[in-house]
Ligand binder design. Structure first.
Ligand code: HAM
Length: 407
């Protein structure tokens, strides 16, 4: 039997209901914040991710689904959504147009990681990207939107916050950090020795316990911020305080993608095991110019949908629409005709096999219908239909044309 590829799952039945509920809740909230849907391709030029996510990141260095297509183009399945949205923003000249542009999206992302619980090779994100707002209020808004989405779904979280500085303060800090890394010598793991050259700040979120013990004494970027970054960070904390959003400062939160500056944040859950990050984001003011656009401030986030599914507190299911059944084969055409009319305005599920009433009632339960509507010989002869309201537990016989007019 052919199986799905490792780390690539089907989403069906109960999980699909959760998935669907997540998308509709997050979409409603993103729209409430003034965001519009954007769809970008799953496949992009590899260069897009090299220039944005960064060649030194694990995502680009180790995890890309990269191949040469039949036209000899170097292409790659998107490992994340931000790069494609920025490309679309620049390609459609919205950077030149100016003003504020706010987008949300959801869809599959692909990373060739070692699969485990909560870590897939094809997974789904719900993300938003905001272009044209320099104010740190927009950063706070992003965080509040994630908090609203998680709150609406009944999901508890911890919020980790850091500032990654900007081009004024980051270079001097990087030099300080490199000095510190060098002072640790061979005590650091091989990955950190390599990162010292490729992307020093990534050493700070090394998973090796020994390295982490040493980094307790590493210089902290939030102690080396320039005035602008410091002021923004203070304002961000104060907006979150005013709006009762609790956070922890995590000076080792550097994120796995290279495009961030200033605000970086991650939402984690303590209820889902080691892959605990449920959302991540931050500001990326330089990325638009790195991708040949006009410099434009930008900030965004993405939630990992699979990691959230089991945490979602689903609303009580309500019975909706109709279940239609025939008592004998001769009544089936009339049942199908009736259901076709009802479907113009309501849910109507049809059972094609003729059955006894008791079995139709069980069928209506299975599809969670409010009404069980059945036609037998008597009803067919008198142009009526037997209906049971399964919420009010009331039965009636109704003229068919009254039912059809009512819809
Ligand atoms: P990210 O932190 O790489 O950020 O991914 C966001 C979320 O996607 C993570 O917090 C996690 O929940 C989920 N995720 C990541 N990898 C996997 C995986 N292998 N399996 C299951 N879930 C996963 C970004 O992708 C940025 N583009 C976010 C962003 C938007 N920043 C600014 N705008």
């Amino acid at each position: 039997m052919i199986q799905s590829l490792r780390g690539m799952n089907d989403i069906l039945e109960e999980n699909y209901e959760r998935f669907d509920y997540f998308i509709s809740t997050a979409t409603r909230i993103a729209k409430n914040y003034g965001f519009h849907y954007i769809e970008t391709p799953l496949l992009e030029e590899t260069a897009l991710f090299k220039r944005s996510v960064g060649e030194s990141s694990d995502i680009v260095g180790k995890e890309m689904y990269q191949f040469t297509d039949k036209g000899n183009n170097d292409v790659c399945l998107r490992p994340e959504g931000t790069a494609g949205v920025v490309r679309a923003f620049v390609q459609n000249k919205l950077d030149k147009k100016g003003g504020i542009h706010r987008f949300y999206y959801h869809g599959s992302m692909f990373r060739y990681e070692r699969p485990q619980k909560g870590r897939l090779r094809q997974f789904h994100q719900f993300g938003v990207e905001s272009f044209g707002v320099e104010s740190v209020h927009e950063d706070a808004s992003m965080i509040m939107m994630v908090a609203d989405i998680l709150g609406a779904l009944g999901i508890g979280y911890r919020l980790k916050l850091n500032s990654l500085g900007n081009q004024n303060c980051m270079p001097a800090y990087r030099e300080k950090l490199i000095g510190f890394i060098e002072s640790c010598g061979d005590a650091l793991c091989e990955d950190c020795q390599r990162r010292k050259i490729t992307n020093p700040i990534r050493v700070l979120d090394c998973k090796n316990d020994n390295c982490q013990t040493l980094y307790v004494n590493a210089p902290k970027l939030i102690n080396h911020l320039c005035d602008e970054c410091q002021n923004d960070f203070e304002s961000l904390k104060s907006i979150l305080d005013t709006n009762n959003i609790a956070y922890e400062i995590d000076t080792h939160l550097v994120r796995g993608l290279d495009y961030y500056s200033k605000t970086a944040f991650e939402f984690v859950s303590d209820a889902i095991g080691s892959q605990s990050a449920i959302a991540g984001g931050g500001r990326y003011d330089r990325l638009i110019e790195f991708l040949d656009g006009k410099p434009t401030p930008a900030v965004g986030f993405a939630l990992g949908i699979e990691r959230l599914l089991e945490l979602i507190v689903m609303p009580e299911t309500v019975r909706v629409g109709y279940y239609f059944g025939a008592m004998e084969d001769e009544s089936l055409p009339l049942i199908i005709q009736t259901a076709q009319v009802i479907r113009k305005g309501n849910k109507a599920v049809v059972e094609y096999s003729a059955k006894k009433l008791q079995n139709h009632l069980k069928g209506a339960d299975r599809v969670n219908a409010r009404y069980c509507a059945v036609i037998g010989e008597n009803e067919r002869n008198s142009n009526t239909i037997w209906i049971k309201d399964l919420v009010l537990q009331k039965e009636s016989i109704m003229a068919l044309d009254i039912l059809l007019k009512g819809e």
